[in-house]
Design a protein around this ligand. Structure first.
Ligand code: DGL
Length: 268
């Protein structure tokens, strides 16, 4: 049955596990196939052409697993590649940008929204574009935070170094008086507490991973392919460093990871 087919989720590496975590919480019977492109991470500093090429290869791989839908869990790939590849894919496909942007547009009261992301995501202007589709009067302030990804991957979630760097990155957001802040990179929800403390309680933090899981469920329900009963299976694939991936995954997922397998992604 199509309902039982897995959802394909991919990211440049471990970060997309924040999206898998939300899928496990919010769509607890869905089967998931995850691919993390750990051999080619980071995507955030690469060109659009490169990211589109990588995305095509990963989609070819996921299609071999007969996925019923695809989630582009990476903000950079959602920003750079989703519109280019969507017409080529014969299953429903969603990214993380639109779900987060729509919630932020509804959440703001003063019309001033901050977007944190990789260089690629911020330079693409995608969040501004989508936010302006919703409300052209919004002021959108983007900020690339390249040091957050390695800090999270080193496990320094509450470390003074992370607090110091976050304070510097976020000063501009404070000066610009934003009232809503989009955590526009897969890794940033993992330092949400640090960001929240610096920004203060007057700023609403938007986690695109959480909003994407809601949009995914709605999309599957609308298409009549939502799996709402049964025990799920989760399968994890990476392009390098399977063991390191497994230990990171075990630290953030609410389920036991059985095995991570290597995929020669260049061959797809
Ligand atoms: N997954 C990427 C994103 O959400 C962050 C890591 C990278 O640069 O590849 O944009």
């Amino acid at each position: 049955m199509l309902k039982d087919a897995p959802i394909g989720v991919f990211d440049s590496g471990v970060g997309g596990l924040t999206v898998v975590r939300e899928i496990i919480r919010q769509l607890p019977s869905e089967n998931v196939i995850y691919f993390g492109d750990t051999a080619r991470v980071p995507y955030g500093s690469k060109s659009q052409k490169t990211i589109i090429g990588f995305t095509r290869q990963i989609i070819h791989f996921l299609k071999t697993k007969e996925v019923k839908a695809i989630v582009v869990a990476c903000n950079t790939a959602s920003a750079y590649a989703l519109d280019a590849v969507a017409p080529e894919v014969d299953v429903p496909i969603i990214g993380v940008v639109r779900p987060g942007a729509y919630v932020a547009a509804n959440a703001t009261v003063n019309g001033r929204i901050g977007v944190l992301g990789t260089e690629g995501t911020v330079n693409s202007g995608i969040y501004t574009e989508v936010l302006h589709e919703h409300e052209p009067q919004l002021t959108v302030i983007g900020k690339a935070c390249p040091l957050f990804v390695p800090l999270v991957e080193e496990g320094l979630l509450n470390d003074p170094v992370t607090v110091e760097i976050a304070s510097r990155y976020l000063q501009q957001m404070k000066d610009m008086d934003i009232d809503t802040l989009i955590l526009g990179c897969t890794h940033y929800p993992l330092i949400r507490n640090t960001i929240g403390k610096i920004m203060g309680s007057g700023v609403t933090l938007v986690n695109p991973a959480y909003e994407t899981a809601i949009s995914l469920r709605r999309m599957l329900q609308d298409k009549g392919i939502y799996r709402d009963t049964g025990t799920p299976e989760y399968h994890f694939f990476v392009s390098d460093g399977a063991e390191k991936f497994s230990s990171f995954a075990n630290s953030i997922l609410p389920v036991e990871l059985v095995e991570t397998r290597l995929v020669p992604i260049d061959e797809y």
